[in-house]
Design a protein around this ligand. Sequence first.
Ligand code: ZN
Ligand code: ZN
Length: 410
Amino acid sequence: MPGILVILDGLGGRPTDLGGSTCLEAAATPVLDELAARGAVGLMDPVGPGVRPGSDTSHLSIFGYDPFRVYTGRGAFEALGIGLDVRGGDVCFRANFATVEERGGELVVVDRRAGRLPDGKPLEGAIAGIDLHEFGLELLFRVSTEHRGALVLRGAGASPAVTDTDPRKEGKPVERCRPLEPAAGRTADAVNLFTRRAHEVLQDHPFNRERIRRGERPANAVLLRGAAVMPHLRPITVEYGIRGVCVAGGALYKGVAKLAGLTVLDVPGATGDLKTDLRAKADAALAALDRAELVFVHIKGTDNASHDGDAEAKRAFIERIDREFFGTLVARLPLDKVHLCVSGDHTTPPGVKEHTADPVPALFVGPAVRPDRVRAFGERAAGEGGLGRFTGRLVPQLLGYCDLGPKFGS
Ligand code: ZN
Ligand code: ZN
């Protein structure tokens, strides 16, 4: 029997969102309310009571991993989030393009943001093409927004125990990368060679020549900081002996799902923002049911509207999710043969524009779920539900209802 998990990013809210109601409570959600009436609801602390979660740590926890054990720093998950194919053991750095000048044999940082570089995309290929095979390392590089990006070093000897090259201050030289333990010597050497080669390929790059011609500062160096290793996660597909698929637009969620062993589907129109094609996502989830025991669907727009501080947009998007996503899904879902879980990965009140530690409503429905008396899906209603209050682990609970997974003990 398969299970579907739907995460609405940043779903949770506060009574101050819309004059006494949260956006979810104020939204008209007849389909979700009907599911709540048929199933059971409760409140989830994504990582733990009082912990303000990131989307990365919260998804690890939702999938059943202990983020306090496996989370190695934002570098690794940011690299996932911008779409790099990061694997367990890869060493990831946060990177930024900068402007440097050669003074006395040193590269001195003139501008840490390379004259407010609007987009580093034209330089991506030149950096990604730098060869570090003499160190037994493969290099991956990708830009994200403005002057930012991420660098990944892959190879048996790659170590995260190295210092930053970013001096964090203008007027200072690019720092030499130093090993923090003897085994990291080769990685530090590779990083130092990378810094030199990056400067070489950027210095004469046509994009930079054009910038100089226009009187702008060239992006002629890449500064690295925050080395972090991507943890080796034991795939839940192996642990539970199941097949899993992921329907998501955002790169971070696809990345975490991939680490957990799920196959990421390419869904045209799934954009990871407020314009996403919600019917296409529901269709993809339904189609995946005959080839997977776990279907994970992620919808990001709720969090985007929250970070924008736009409570009306969040309410309206929740209504669209109810109509277009859940309307499509439930119309064709055999709820006597499938278990469904709906929740969020954290609370993001539009008035705060950031993630907060408040618990998130969660809903389970399906043949094994004991119905409670709650007939609406919302924060206050969830507080009165039969599932009480619990921490993370939505996937293990969902698979538990589906009678999948190993027994702990004899
Ligand atoms: Zn999130
Ligand atoms: Zn967010």
